[in-house]
Design a protein around this ligand. Structure first.
Ligand SMILES: [Cu+2]
Length: 140
C-alpha cells in the first residue's frame, strides 16, 4: 500500500491509460440524427369510429398544434384551416392522393382545400413539423 502510493506519485503502480480516448470524441457527425427523430411528424390516424365530416370542415392551428389533428371527411368536402396563433403557419401535404401547399399565413389567416380524391393525406406545417402534423382520411 505505502509502496504503491510512492510508485503512483512517480507515475507507476498500474496507472490507468485514460488520456488518449477522450480527445478523439469530437466527431463532425454530431447531433443531426437525434434531432431528426424529435422533429419527425407522427401523423396520428383517425379512429375507425370517427364521424365522417362533410361540407366545410374546420381545423384550428392553435398553440403550435393542430386541433383536431385527425379528420375523416367525405369526398367533396372542403377543409378550412384557421391560424389562431401570433406566429405564421402553413399547410403542406406530404403524402396522399392530393397535393397542396399554402403560403405561410399569420394570425386569423385561413387556407382551404377541396378534397376530391379518396385516400389518406398526411400534412404538416413545415415550420413546426414536430408538433403540427395531421392526417385527413378522405372517404367516398
Ligand atoms: Cu407552424
Amino acid at each position: 500500500m505505502i509502496a504503491c502510493s510512492a510508485l503512483a506519485l512517480a507515475g507507476g503502480c498500474g496507472s490507468s491509460k485514460s488520456s488518449t480516448t477522450a480527445s478523439s470524441a469530437s466527431t463532425p457527425t454530431s447531433t443531426s440524427g437525434e434531432l431528426k427523430t424529435t422533429t419527425t411528424p407522427k401523423y396520428a390516424a383517425p379512429a375507425s369510429s370517427a364521424a365522417v365530416q362533410s361540407g366545410i370542415v374546420q381545423v384550428a392551428y392553435r398553440n403550435i398544434t393542430i386541433a383536431p389533428d385527425t379528420r375523416k371527411v367525405k369526398v367533396g368536402s372542403t377543409v378550412k384551416w384557421t391560424n389562431y396563433d401570433a406566429v405564421e403557419h402553413n399547410v403542406t401535404s406530404e403524402s396522399g392522393p392530393q397535393h397542396f401547399a399554402s403560403a405561410d399565413f399569420g394570425e386569423s389567416g385561413t387556407y382551404e382545400v377541396k378534397l376530391t380524391k379518396p385516400g389518406v393525406i398526411h400534412y404538416e406545417c413545415t415550420i413546426h413539423p414536430a408538433s403540427m402534423n395531421g392526417t385527413i382520411e378522405v372517404v367516398k
